[in-house]
Design a protein around this ligand. Structure first.
Ligand code: ZN
Length: 223
């Protein structure tokens, strides 16, 4: 059975206009952590994006000028609709789910990691946070085993299932909420499966959930 109701709960445009904090989880799929030569973390690894990073998925995806190694990271993204409060059933925090791209300037990230500096320049440039429309989840168990995928120029380059996450939704929400707090309008990018790679002008992207098209865009770059 399909895990979501296909009436859009919140459009990508509305989400971008209303977003507050943007939490992102690093290395939450074993095969992705290891493809970049990183250890699998023993507790969730969090970083953030600034709100101006966010853009809706649709039409043109414009990369900033001068960045030549921007990677796609396809992720499930949760829209949070109520404040963290211990004892709450975790599913009640989530208003809707989208697919997103946590775009990453891999050269900048490698440079910053080597220098021991914060990641924002690699993770929070304009247009680095892409989201599709958000849909209500009607069956969380079904979601766990439903494949989501990114197609680049007609070929599947990333595919994952939430069941493969190192830290599941409940644990991520508890971790973020208990340490930082969260509330309505916050987003949680839940990590990317293996297959990250560079984007080039002209690339045609399709974001899919179990074969259903949730978003599409074409890459361009500021001259
Ligand atoms: Zn990511």
């Amino acid at each position: 059975m399909r895990f979501y109701d296909d009436d859009v709960w919140l459009s990508a445009e509305e989400a971008v206009a209303r977003v507050r904090n943007i939490y992102c989880v690093g290395r939450n799929y074993r095969d992705h952590a290891t493809e970049l030569g990183n250890a699998v973390p023993t507790e969730p690894m969090l970083f953030g994006k600034w709100t101006h990073a966010m853009v809706p998925c649709g039409g043109e995806l414009r990369l900033p000028k001068g960045r030549t190694n921007i990677h796609h990271e396809l992720e499930l993204v949760l829209w949070l609709q109520r404040p963290y409060e211990p004892g709450t059933e975790w599913t009640e925090y989530v208003g809707g789910i989208a697919l997103g791209l946590d775009l990453t300037d891999r050269d900048a990230q490698s440079r910053l990691k080597a220098a021991g500096q914060p990641w924002e320049d690699a993770k929070s440039f304009r247009g680095s946070g892409v989201v599709t429309d958000f849909y209500p989840v009607v069956d969380w168990a079904a979601l766990l085993d439903t494949p989501f995928a990114l197609e680049k120029n007609g070929a599947v380059v990333q595919e994952g299932r939430a069941a493969e996450m190192v830290f599941p939704f409940a644990q991520l929400l508890h971790h973020v909420g208990s340490r930082y707090g969260f509330g309505p309008g916050d987003l949680l990018f839940t990590g990317t499966p293996a297959g990250v790679g560079p984007l080039f002008p002209g690339d045609a992207l399709r974001l899919l959930v179990d074969g259903d098209l949730w978003g599409t865009c074409t890459v361009s770059q500021e001259a």
